[in-house]
Design a protein around this ligand. Structure first.
Ligand SMILES: [Zn+2]
Length: 124
């Protein structure tokens, strides 16, 4: 897990989550005067942890083992997409949400098929 790339995503509550591979971690706190940020697996009872630098770019070190399977990449991609859409919607309220989602999909060259649009929550 060390040196893996971290992708910072937003949870449903707007909290930052560190996405590494198929696992997600929530921010616990910083140690060494902010030099290292500590993240714990979002799965209840899982003690796997990672440490990143303040830039939240890569995993500097990790501890513990996951005792469960990771999320499917598709699910994660959908969460990222949803949060990106939401943020974009807040920024430009005049744009039609559906148009927004379509452009988001086009931008990402996403593998998510068109029918999945129905599963996205109402944006407004
Ligand atoms: Zn875990």
């Amino acid at each position: 897990m060390d040196n893996c790339e971290i992708k910072v995503i937003l949870s449903k509550r707007g909290k930052e989550l560190a996405n590494v591979g198929t696992f997600k971690y929530r921010f616990i706190g910083s140690i060494k005067k902010g030099e290292l940020l500590k993240w714990r697996c979002t799965k209840n009872n899982c003690t796997a942890m990672i440490y990143s630098g303040p830039d939240k770019n890569i995993v500097i070190k990790s501890s513990g083992q996951h005792k469960h399977k990771g999320n499917s990449p598709n699910k994660l991609e959908r969460q990222v997409l949803r949060e990106n859409c939401k943020r974009r919607a807040e920024e430009s309220l005049s744009t039609q949400p559906l148009k927004l989602i379509r452009s988001e999909l086009l931008n990402k060259q996403s593998s998510i098929v068109h029918k999945d649009l129905k599963t996205l929550p109402n944006l407004l």
